[in-house]
Structures are given as structure tokens and as C-alpha cells.
Design a binder for this molecule. Structure first.
Ligand code: ADP
Ligand code: MG
Length: 243
């Protein structure tokens, strides 16, 4: 479903992604772990062209794009096939919960207002926010705001969901309500790539886990392999420190 080949990303002289290769199969949940500054966010942002990768190939759902020769239409198509959940929620503050979820449907997908409202209401019910439809983001807890962020990504029914540390901005007592929603989304067979520091969560939810540091993939395996029998010393160290 997702395949990236030899992705490099420079910010000026800084070489942040140094040849990343991996793939995610349809319905698979893959987590990316690694210390801060290793390029995890940049990698997610390169997959949907929120950042322009310097070189390499990104393929989503059979649509293969050489990033150096990508046309506007290619970029648009990659963006449409991905939904992203951000650490900082990135909700529109001047829109209600319902409007936040509807806006992508009406403006990007050109769905009618009535249909968009129906789809959005259903999804907001699924994330437990049916009684918050007309609230504004500022009136919600962090956990509720992030559940709106997830609903907004789901509304567009993307091929792939990308999560960038979805619980890192939350007070500890709000983390579990968001992780529960993400687990439910995974159970529905969605293809998901998740950057997270929540190791227990990653272990529980992931089919495969990737450990990244300094712009390269250090180790990759099933959750069982990586957590119980890491092969690389650096992975062992990271997992033991993080616990
Ligand atoms: P992680 O998500 O693993 O913490 P990031 O992908 O955010 O790592 O960052 C990797 C490196 O790229 C860091 O050194 C960071 O400072 C740099 N970086 C990230 N985004 C930008 C940007 N927009 N401009 C310049 N440097 C950036
Ligand atoms: Mg990051």
C-alpha cells in the first residue's frame, strides 16, 4: 500500500533522511520509533509531500512517484490518498467540531453539504464526540481535540493514515482515550503508519515496528521481534532507556 525507496531529504546542508526504504502492506499497522531529531516527522511529511523530499520514490496504492520529477497532479494524488493526524491537532479554531470534519469533504472532495454533514456526524459519533458537534476547539480538552483530528483524517477515507506522535501534546490522563480510538481505527483494517513514543501502545497495536535514528532505519521487525529480541545494540539501548 505504501512503498518508499531510497528517500533522501536535505534541509539546506543538513542531511535529515539518508536513504529510507520500507513498505506497508494493505491493512497493516506499522510504528516508527526513535529518538527525537532522528527524522521521523520529516519522513511522514515527505510521504504526503508536506515536505518536498530531495530524492527517491514514493508509491501509495500503486501510484508511483519519482519525487524529483513529481508533477502537481502526482503530489495532489499522494495527498488525497493519505490522511494525517498531527501532534498539535491543527484544527481550525474558527470552525466548530462538525465544520472541522466537514471542510475537507466539501472543499477537497466536493461532497454536498448534506452528505458531508451525515458522514462527519457518523464519524464523530464513532470517536465519541456526538455531543460536541457545535463546540469550538477551544471549548474541548486536548484529548477531544485530537479525536476531532482523527475524525477529520478518517472523513476523507484515505488509503493510508499517518499519525505523528498523536498523544505527545496530551496531559497523561488524556492519552488513553486517544489511544483507544486509534486502536479502534486499526481494528477496522485501516493501513496505518504511526510515529509514537508510547512503547506499550506500539507493541500492542503494530504488525511491524521500525526503529530509526539519525535519518536511517536501524532495525525493523515484527513487534515481537523488535521488543523481545532486538538484534541491534542501539535498539536495545533505546528500548531499555525508554521504559
Ligand atoms: P523527529 O520527528 O524524529 O524528532 P524531525 O523530522 O522533526 O525529527 O527532525 C529531524 C531533523 O530535521 C532535526 O534536526 C530538525 O531540526 C530538522 N528539521 C525538521 N524540519 C525542518 C525544517 N522545516 N527546516 C529545517 N530543519 C528541519
Ligand atoms: Mg517529530
Amino acid at each position: 500500500m505504501i512503498k518508499v525507496e531510497n528517500i533522501h531529504k536535505y534541509f539546506d546542508q543538513q542531511h535529515v533522511l539518508k536513504g529510507i526504504d520500507f513498505s506497508v502492506n494493505k491493512g497493516e499497522v506499522v510504528s516508527i520509533l526513535g529518538p527525537s531529531g532522528s527524522g521521523k516527522s520529516t519522513l511522514l511529511r515527505c510521504i504526503n509531500f508536506l515536505e518536498q523530499p530531495t530524492s527517491g520514490i514514493v508509491e501509495i496504492s500503486g501510484k508511483r512517484v519519482n519525487v524529483e520529477t513529481a508533477k502537481k497532479a502526482d503530489v495532489q494524488s499522494l495527498r488525497l490518498s493519505t490522511g494525517m493526524v498531527f501532534q498539535q491537532y491543527n484544527l481550525f479554531k474558527n470552525l466548530t467540531v462538525l465544520q472541522n470534519v466537514m471542510v475537507g469533504l466539501t472543499s477537497v472532495k466536493k461532497v454536498s453539504t448534506i452528505e458531508a454533514k451525515k458522514i462527519s456526524t457518523d464519524i464523530l459519533e464513532k470517536v465519541g464526540l456526538q455531543d460536541r458537534l457545535n463546540h469550538y476547539p477551544v471549548q474541548l480538552s486536548g484529548g477531544q481535540q485530537q479525536r476531532v483530528g482523527i475524525a477529520r483524517a478518517l472523513a476523507l477515507n484515505p488509503e493510508v493514515l499517518l499519525f505523528d506522535e498523536p498523544t505527545s501534546s496530551l496531559d497523561p490522563e488524556l492519552v488513553s482515550e486517544v489511544l483507544t480510538v486509534i486502536k479502534d481505527v486499526a481494528k477496522e483494517g485501516n493501513t496505518m503508519l504511526i510515529v509514537t513514543h508510547e512503547l506499550n501502545f506500539a507493541r500492542e497495536i503494530s504488525d511491524r515496528v521500525i526503529f530509526m535514528e539519525n535519518g536511517i532505519i536501524i532495525e525493523e521487525g515484527t513487534a515481537e521481534q523488535l521488543f523481545n529480541h532486538p538484534r541491534v545494540e542501539r535498539t536495545k539501548q533505546f528500548l531499555s532507556k525508554a521504559n
